[in-house]
Design a protein. Structure first.
Length: 176
């Protein structure tokens, strides 16, 4: 007798659980509401991100490098030298053409290998304090050399560039 009453109440229990599960599911409307709340909160804030990474990013100085008639986007930042990245304090010059930026060193290494296979044998990796890993195709001493290297990567259809790339990176220790 017990088994029959349990069997009769089982479908009712399953239906109740199903309704609860459906009621708790997230949907596009819930995501949209959460997004709008987050956007509203960010507008209310002072606009300055308080994370250490935002402070590091904001410390990078944006400017333009003048080379003849060219005006190239340039960023000045403190850099470090990535292990097995192909660069050192002795080899990196004043102006560096950045064509890739990654949060994972693995991805930067893959891009460097592809660039080297495509004829950019001197490609190298450096990193910022965040760290962001930058893949560079050239390091140059003069603005004119940098402009030429910049134009070369800009015209090379085999390199996929997304904003803000490419840009010139000037190591902060060489900006004096």
């Amino acid at each position: 007798m017990k088994n029959i009453s349990t069997m009769r109440s089982l479908p009712l229990l399953l239906a109740l659980l199903g309704m609860l599960a459906v009621g708790c599911k997230t949907n596009e409307k819930n995501y949209r509401e959460a997004y709008e709340v987050a956007v509203a909160k960010s507008r209310e804030s002072s606009g300055v991100d308080s994370t250490i990474y935002a402070r590091i990013r904001n410390s990078a100085q944006m400017s333009e490098l003048k080379a003849g008639n060219d005006s190239l986007p340039m960023r000045t930042e403190y850099i470090g030298y990535t292990e097995d990245g192909g660069a050192s304090r002795e080899t990196v010059k004043r102006y560096n053409v950045v064509v890739g930026q990654f949060k994972q060193v693995f991805n930067a290494r893959q891009m460097r290998a592809r660039l080297q296979a495509s004829g950019y044998g001197d490609a190298f990796i450096i990193h910022t304090r965040e760290p962001l890993y930058y893949v560079c195709t050239a390091t140059c001493q003069t603005p004119e050399e940098a402009a030429e290297a910049f134009r070369k990567v800009k015209d090379d259809k085999s390199i996929v560039l997304r904003e803000p790339l490419p840009f010139i990176l000037r190591p902060a220790h060489l900006a004096r």
